[in-house]
Design a protein around this ligand. Structure first.
Ligand code: CS2
Length: 477
């Protein structure tokens, strides 16, 4: 079977929506790090619509480590199918990528980052891709950062590349690009700014000052549930479109992108395609991270302990569903400050309803990846805020205990988990005093929380049923 490409586009069945713009007119205006499924299903779908109105914002997709997606995009002229899997289903070909850059193409990436037409650099490299330590600041001892300090013009990390791109622009007198982080971290733009400034500060204080003064790093909130593209899904797509598509992605109908208003000369008008630009993104960001992602991680670790496989299955378990609903409405929602224009309780209901989408097969094991990186933003911040206001945390301790139980079960079974701290976690979770060993991990638990006797007590209590194989007993909380 031939694959999707410009040459085969015309032969697709009528039901598959085609790009609305002239593919030859598109030029690169955005460089994006991390062309994974979430980027292709979310940001690229917005930009694809933007290109219908303004061809200057093609995306150059960059993958620093793995060649797979970049090779697939190259082979398919940047085209792929977006399947929207919801009560109403649709398929559309996305043509948002004007270029793709893989490992070993550093010279090309450097030239693009210096190109005055590139006005924004975006990233979805997941939490671990930013080389941050447990306190959210750049980890100068991270091997990639150690490398970038020695060889700043041939960096290994995203941070290194952004700093080197900005350095080249400053030297050439080219206006800086804006840097838009699209990962699920609280204050994502501020964290990325601080990391870039910290790296620059190590070898060029003038550059660090310039980045601080001249470069916009807006915060953003991104949202759309995007299960990984497995072989079965790719098979369905090939069947429906009549050609193969190695870069196809699937997502729910709902998509939201809220960006802090930022200044960049001659930048794209993202509001044209439904991106919300606001002066206060923090409230949205926190609500989404704590409610959606917090509940997701809770469903994942508790659901896996109960032998469940998908979010839909987990939400169909009455005891677990009831527990998650109380966790969201009676704990997480109370930790949030009011957000103008957002009814938090209605938002929480809408999120839980999205989890009940029967069409989406979202694996709990996928959400369980990288727990050490996700838990601080998704659950631990909430717990700290609840403790600070004197509220109880008995329910909130359950998903944290479930995560520890998950790490322990996997370690005992000799399976390596997907987590940058996999080895350290496995060691800590298999000792005799699990709670103490885990709480000692500063990369995960901040000092103040780890040493709070109320948290230690709640966690230890919640951990016992997981270690004894009786997690159901916690769900009546
Ligand atoms: C999920 C997210 O995999 C995960 O950890 O919680 O990818 C989630 O589906 C997205 O943030 C939804 O916007």
């Amino acid at each position: 079977m031939t694959s999707l490409s410009r040459a085969t586009l015309a032969s697709l069945p009528q039901a598959i929506a085609r790009p609305g713009h002239d593919l030859n007119a598109v030029s690169t205006g955005i460089v994006h790090f991390g062309p994974g499924a979430f980027h292709r299903a979310h940001q690229a779908a917005y930009i694809d619509r933007l290109l219908d109105r303004d061809p200057r914002w093609g995306i150059a997709a960059v993958s620093l480590r793995s060649a797979g997606t970049v090779d697939a995009l190259k082979a398919q002229d940047g085209l792929y199918t977006l399947a929207v899997i919801d009560r109403a289903r649709s398929k559309r070909v996305i043509a948002a990528h004007s270029d793709a850059i893989g490992p070993g193409e550093g010279a090309k990436l450097r030239a693009l980052l210096a190109d005055p037409q590139v006005r924004i650099v975006t990233s979805t490299v997941t939490e671990k891709g930013y080389c941050l330590g447990g306190d959210g600041s750049l980890d100068l001892a991270h091997p990639d950062i150690v490398h970038d300090l020695v060889r700043p013009v041939e960096p290994a990390s995203v941070i290194g590349w952004i700093v080197s791109g900005l350095s080249d622009r400053r030297d050439a007198g080219v206006a800086s690009f804006a840097v838009l982080c699209c990962d699920n971290m609280t204050g994502n733009g501020g964290k990325l700014r601080a990391a870039c400034v910290a790296l620059a500060r190590e070898y060029d204080a003038g550059l660090a000052d310039w980045i601080e003064a001249a470069v916009a790093f807006p915060d953003s909130m991104v949202d759309s549930i995007t299960p990984a593209s497995d072989a079965a899904f790719l098979g369905h797509v090939a069947h429906d479109i009549g050609v193969t598509d190695a870069a196809a992605v699937q997502r729910e109908g709902f998509a939201q992108w809220v960006v802090e208003r930022f200044d960049v000369a001659d930048g794209p008008d993202l509001a044209l395609v439904g991106v919300t630009l606001t002066s206060d993104v923090r409230g949205y960001e926190q609500a989404k991270l704590r409610i959606l992602n917090g509940a997701h991680s809770a469903l994942a670790y508790i659901g896996l302990a109960l032998g469940l496989e998908t979010v839909f299955e987990a939400m169909s378990d009455p005891a677990l569903e009831g527990f998650i609903s109380r966790l969201v409405h009676s704990d997480i929602a109370l930790s949030l400050k009011p957000v103008e224009g957002l009814d938090i309780s209605a938002y929480a209901d809408a999120v839980l309803d999205r989890f009940r989408n029967p069409e989406i097969r979202h694996l709990l094991s996928q959400i369980a990846w990288d727990g050490s990186q996700k838990l601080p933003y998704r659950l631990l911040d909430t717990i700290q805020d609840q403790l600070d206001t004197g509220r109880g945390i008995d329910r909130l301790a359950v998903p944290v205990a479930a995560w520890i139980g998950f790490v322990r079960r996997k370690a005992e079974a000799g399976e390596t988990i997907t987590d940058p701290l996999a080895e350290v976690l496995a060691k800590a979770a298999t000792g005799s005093d699990v709670a103490t060993a885990m709480l000692a991990l500063r990369q995960v638990f901040p000092e103040r929380l780890a040493t709070d006797p109320r948290f230690r007590h709640a966690l230890t209590e919640a951990l016992l049923p997981f270690l004894d194989g009786d997690p159901e007993s916690l769900l009546s909380r």
